[in-house]
Design a protein around this ligand. Structure first.
Ligand SMILES: [Zn+2]
Length: 212
């Protein structure tokens, strides 16, 4: 089964993609992780993207497409893509590479979560510096105020980009790039929309229902 998972940054896509991959016994292909792995292994591809990533630039389409194509070839039993395609050109390139192998996409799942829900979810996040446990101002406060449930630590941190203006800016980019892809897959009749606002387990169940 070949699946694409779409959703805004912070929608919990990565977590869901890993879970689906295990359940369906298909390869989780997350572009961020793939790029980091290429850089770490100092492959030819890794060396060519290292500087680009370090400068904070977007990796060119041709490189992303080559990387995806290699992984798809390595995983004939199927995959779930997270982070690709990012725009219409990449969506078309994916179709072309699959068609060349006599394959196709079976399902595209769109995790739907509104801008306000996303801001609410992300901007309240903080983690324990001692053990990395995750908390949230409203949804998951420590049982004892200011003390980590797991390690008893009292030192917490917030990521500087977990704030409302950054979340809104990322969401705007996502929406501009993704809307054309959504239309593209919808016309083909392979798009399923899933409510991404609930708890991880609820979202997981909704995804399982559309994947069958
Ligand atoms: Zn802790």
């Amino acid at each position: 089964m070949n699946i694409v998972l779409l959703g805004p940054p912070g929608s919990g896509k990565g977590t869901q993609a890993k879970r689906i991959a295990e359940k369906k016994r298909i390869a989780p292909l997350a572009t961020g992780e793939m790029l980091r792995a290429e850089v770490l292994s100092a492959s030819a591809l890794g060396l060519s993207v290292k500087g680009i990533i370090e400068r904070g630039d977007l990796v060119p389409d041709a490189i992303m497409i080559a990387m995806i194509e290699k992984r798809i070839g390595d995983n004939p039993s199927g995959f779930i893509l997270d982070g690709f395609p990012r725009d219409l050109a990449q969506a078309e390139a994916l179709d072309t590479m699959l068609a060349a192998r006599g394959q196709k996409l079976d399902r595209v799942v769109l995790l739907k979560i509104g801008e306000e829900a996303l801001v609410d979810r992300i901007s309240g996040r903080f983690t324990c510096r001692g053990c990395g446990a995750s908390y949230h101002d409203r949804y998951q406060r420590p049982r004892v105020e200011g003390v980590c449930d797991l390690c008893g630590g009292k030192d917490f941190e917030r990521r500087p980009d977990d704030n409302a203006p950054v979340v809104r800016a990322r969401f705007a980019v996502y929406r501009r790039q993704t809307e054309p892809i959504v239309g593209y897959y919808e016309k083909r009749g392979i798009l399923s929309r899933v409510d991404g606002t609930g708890a991880v387990e609820e979202v997981a169940e909704a995804i399982d229902r559309v994947l069958g």
